[in-house]
Design a protein around this ligand. Structure first.
Ligand SMILES: [Zn+2]
Length: 382
């Protein structure tokens, strides 16, 4: 059954939000667009004022009034629509901010990435949004014009990735809109930039929560960010060693944001998440937004498991099969020489000590990534 759609005016959006703070419901009832509006909120505990600006469906910005913010924080969820736990976490934070129940210290942009896919409870509608962001320099482009042609962009949203080139579907338009929104948000603020793109994984994981640290072009990995992940209950970090078309790499690469793709456990339906599993990430994000001290403790590498990508296995043939059970968890390792997938005639095997599988998905389009393998790695963050 499809989610009932509405066409509210800006005034109606505003009054509904001021009544119940439920931006997720409004987003779901406006899959593709929502009129912009803004209003002021006073926090009932700190009496601090802030501006709330709805920019479009799934896109809402909170900015403190009367004090300057030193941090600019992007929290995205629903880049994959069926990954409900992060959507519920963000929806609750948004609600508390709108209703004046939570003090806002820093500029914060919330993004529900793909509202139409939330409504069908699927990862995506036509194309995986998290393969559609620009992996090349983007920040120098002038995006102030409302009119843009896909020819100007080198982003995943405009390249032929086996589906055809250009802005050929709504997810590609959405990826470009999200890029423009993040660009404007970061360029309008001053101070440090952060982007946590929140997900849950398709399958369970030996390491329940983990994060992908986007490629930093040989800049050092940041110890304080690893500590923040630990405070969020994330002790397993996968260090990316090349540019990617993910949202977190986009922000890291173009705006020097501290960015991660954060995987918070296994996909479940709305209402089925045990929110106590997410207490640490919720309290850490709350503290970040509201400027409360984060108790990060001293850096200790024994607290973490670190991995880097070894093999990237793209599906090349129609007959592609994974050579392990559906319930094998992410980060499960296999002995050297184990067949992990069969692609056409080719057997794909593990090659290194401790090599483990991650993000397996045999149902991807031909040419797309079906599986990664990772190996343990030592790093020296600064
Ligand atoms: Zn995801």
């Amino acid at each position: 059954m499809s989610y009932p759609q509405q066409q509210l005016t800006a005034e109606q959006v505003k009054s509904q939000l001021q009544t119940n703070g439920d931006f997720l419901q409004l987003t779901r009832s406006h899959e593709f667009s929502m009129p912009a509006c803004s209003f002021e909120v006073v926090c009932t505990s700190s009496m601090a004022k802030s501006t709330v600006s709805v920019l479009d469906t799934g896109i809402i910005v909170f900015e403190p009034l009367g004090h300057s913010a030193s941090k600019n924080i992007v929290l995205s969820s629903a880049v994959h629509g069926n990954e409900t736990a992060p959507i519920e976490i963000c929806s609750e934070l948004i609600k508390q901010l709108i209703l004046g129940e939570l003090h806002l210290e820093h500029r914060t942009l919330f993004l529900f990435g793909n509202p139409a896919s939330i409504n069908i409870n699927q990862r995506f509608v036509e194309e995986n949004l998290n393969r559609l962001f620009s992996s090349e320099e983007f920040s120098s482009k002038d995006l102030s014009s409302k009119e843009f042609s896909s020819k100007e962009f080198s982003g995943g949203h405009s390249l032929d990735q086996g589906q055809g080139a250009g802005l050929i579907n709504k997810e590609r338009h959405r990826a470009l809109l999200l890029e423009k929104t993040v660009q404007a948000f970061f360029l309008q603020g001053s101070g440090e930039r952060f982007h946590y793109d929140l997900h849950t994984a398709i399958r369970g994981s030996k390491n329940d929560k983990f994060a992908v640290y986007p490629y930093r072009h040989n800049k050092p990995w940041v110890k304080e960010q690893l500590q923040f992940m630990l405070a969020c209950g994330v002790n397993t970090i996968l260090f990316s060693n090349s540019p990617t078309t993910t949202f977190s790499y986009f922000s890291a690469n173009n705006f020097d944001a501290h960015a991660f793709t954060v995987e918070l456990g296994k996909v479940k339906a709305f209402g089925e998440n045990d929110m106590t599993n997410f207490a640490e990430v919720t309290s850490s994000l709350t503290a970040l937004i509201s400027g409360l001290p984060l108790t990060l403790g001293d850096y200790n590498k024994e607290d973490f498991s670190f991995f880097e990508i070894d093999q990237i296995i793209n599906r090349q043939h129609e007959n592609f099969t994974l050579h392990f059970a559906d319930d094998v968890e992410n980060f499960t390792d296999f002995a050297i020489g184990t067949i992990i997938a069969i692609d056409g005639e080719q057997e794909i095997k593990t090659r290194k000590q401790g090599e483990a599988i991650i993000f397996p998905n045999a149902n991807v389009a031909i040419g797309q990534r079906a599986l990664l393998t990772v190996i343990p790695v030592e790093i020296n963050p600064e």
